[in-house]
Design a protein around this ligand. Structure first.
Ligand SMILES: [Zn+2]
Ligand SMILES: [Zn+2]
Length: 333
């Protein structure tokens, strides 16, 4: 029987409708990755100059030898300038302002998130945290985000492991909805909505995909898309920039496990990875987290037209499927 489920983190009701059936991916596999891309080592001149890099001493900026590079986002939509709104209640505008950066995560185009050595991924996560903190510190910044798009169908600019950072003086609809729900929950019940959901999920175990001492991966109760997977830190913090360095290896582990599970279960699907965070720590209600959204199906007209999400894969099934895929990987190792 199809079910309506209220998203505890937003305003939407989701229709979980297994009868619709998960059709084979509309988008296919993202493999193979090319051997080289415009972001590869040796092609530094093809992109804008580097803003920062992790590179051994003795190598020169915009030359090879780097481990990670930060460059300006190609054809950026925002520019660093003051946020100046004009107009009135009815018509309001402002010149687009903010910061966009692209992090090239590895010199080798084939070194995807799940394939790169764990210590390299830990350094990538540390670089995310460092860059995000710098961007968040600019005046007027209200929203910061990290996005990883993998595969053209997920909007990737390059077939090369990379992440995009954005910091803007205006709110994001999705994060603001979560913030609103979180604040309402704290006002009405005390405590943090995310911490309470996490505690309940850990008790039920039905939707937990995998976990370690610091992080838990779940298929959310009102998943909007098939195999939507969230990673939440057990420790409450409203901002990713507040994440403790000694938990980053565990975050890297869980990220790799989740992506390997999805790759195995769904044959390397295109996906979006989003870090939902406030610009700074200190909010007792909001709890930063990572959402991994495989792109499997095109939303049908009903979904868009009505503002409802229709998800053909119950999150309990998705979680079980991923747990089984991961168990199988362990046996094979
Ligand atoms: Zn919390
Ligand atoms: Zn979120």
């Amino acid at each position: 029987m199809p079910l309506f489920r209220k998203d505890p983190f937003g305003r939407a009701w989701v229709l979980i409708s297994p009868e619709r059936g998960l059709v084979a991916s509309d988008f296919g596999s993202v493999l193979p990755f090319p051997e080289r891309s415009p972001l590869s080592s040796g092609n530094e001149r093809e992109t804008g100059p580097e803003i920062a890099a992790v590179r051994p001493s003795g190598t020169v900026p915009d030359g090879p030898g780097w481990r990670m590079r930060v460059i300006a986002q190609p054809s950026a939509l925002v520019e660093p300038r003051a946020f100046r709104e004009e107009g009135d209640e009815l018509f309001r505008q402002a010149p687009s302002s903010g910061y966009q950066e692209l992090i090239v995560e590895h010199p080798d185009a084939r070194m995807t998130l799940d394939a790169m050595p764990r210590n390299h991924l830990v350094d990538v996560l540390r670089l995310y945290r460092e860059r995000l903190a710098l961007l968040a510190a600019h005046p007027d910044i209200r929203h910061v985000q990290i996005t990883r798009n993998v595969g053209r169908a997920a909007g990737a600019l390059y077939q090369h492991p990379h992440a995009q950072l954005l910091a803007v003086p205006v709110g994001s609809r999705w994060v603001e909805e979560e913030v609103e729900s979180a604040h309402r929950y704290t006002r009405d019940h005390g405590g943090c909505l995310f911490c309470d959901v996490l505690a309940r999920e850990l008790k039920l175990r039905e939707r937990v995909v995998t976990s370690n001492d610091s992080y838990v991966a779940i298929a959310p109760y009102a998943a909007k898309t098939p195999f939507e997977t969230w990673i939440l830190p057990r420790e409450h913090d409203s901002a990713f920039t507040g994440v403790a360095a000694n938990t980053l290896p565990q975050l890297a582990d869980l990220l790799q496990t989740v992506v390997r599970g999805l790759n195995d279960a769904l044959d390397h699907p295109p996906y979006n990875l989003l870090v939902h965070t406030l610009p700074a720590s200190g909010d007792a209600s909001f709890h930063w987290h990572i959402e991994v959204l495989p792109r499997l199906t095109r939303q049908a007209g009903f979904d868009w037209g009505s503002g409802f999400y229709v998800n053909p894969t119950p999150p309990e099934d998705a979680a079980r499927f991923l747990r089984e895929a991961l168990a199988l990987q362990e046996v094979q190792e």
